[in-house]
Design a protein around this ligand. Sequence first.
Ligand code: SF4
Length: 394
Amino acid sequence: MKLRDKSIPIVAERAHAKLSASGSKKWLTCTPSAKLEEQFPDEQSSFAAEGTFAHAVFEQELLTRLGRPVDPLPQDLLHFDSADLRDHVAAAVAVAMERIDDARARCEDPVILVEQRVDFSRWVPEGFGTGDLVIVADDTLEVLDLKFGKGVPVQALENTQMRLYGLGAWDQFAHLYDIKSVRMTILQPRLDNYACEEIGAQELVDWADTYVAPRATQAWAGEGEFVPGDHCTSGFCRARFLCPARAEAALAVAQQDFALKAPELLTREQLVDVLSKADMAIDWLNDVKSYALKQAEAGHELPGFKLVEGRSNRKYADADAVAQKLLDAGVPEALIYERSLLGITAMEKAIGKKKFAELLNDLVVKPAGKPTLVPVNDKRQALSSVASAATDFS
Ligand code: SF4
């Protein structure tokens, strides 16, 4: 059994593939994006660094449970270590171990690989990635991927990144095992999301041959049509601030001609039409503003604009010195300090998620959130309508 080639650093793998699996939704939809992105620097956020550390802990914990040797955790990321992170990783490890136990129950000698390089370059030029856990048990191949984000739940269905990982693993083992089915699972412990997709191996290969390969060839060459959409933001396209195709699509919302003259009013259909494109336009405007601010901060002149100091509030230069001075002056301690309980997230971080659940679960309530308007295909249950004929559109 071949373990991961340790000469290839995980972080570099995750960061530098031109047609990366993680960005595949973007370059499969908007094929020239990868080439356009090349002129912009990588945006490695501290969230990504925390995710890298969580992956290292996941690898270490899983290898320990499997009785295999482990690498030390990356020293430069140790500041991300916390009881909260450990709890979440332990939840993901528990799901991964269930899958391993299940494979062992079905098959005498399953292949179990942790942090395994998967190569899908047969379809995507220089395409490779890392399967956090790859299991081959008889005719079933399984790839599990840890997602440490807590923004939105990652969907497993038709997830192109997961499919490319599954494809790479299939390509590695198909000549040794008669793999009929490929199962791809997201481990997103911070949102309790363990979604999975299972498809036939042949269906996966057909998808790669007919859909992925031709688009990858175009993407590699920078050819094809620019297609703006959700993937500009969710795929963190590095060109999204200055991309003319995205700008045009966003501006088209504001330039829409309804062929109406006041005192005529927009109809309900026209309002819904604007609403359905509003987020895309707002995202673009916010991106333009934050990009322009960064440019100005870096010393680039933007004609008609200047950098000024924003509002700020007074604050103590040295809180300890302030307290000491007040106490020395005879001001009672009870007057100068206030005692407050940590919030839920901070408390979970302080005492660990497990202990929090043991002690406090029955003391935590979740009040109803403010009404939010979302597209009808959003997974959340609709609130019962309070609209009446009097408030309705004519
Ligand atoms: S911003 Fe959107 S449309 Fe423009 S290159 Fe990137 S993915 Fe394509």
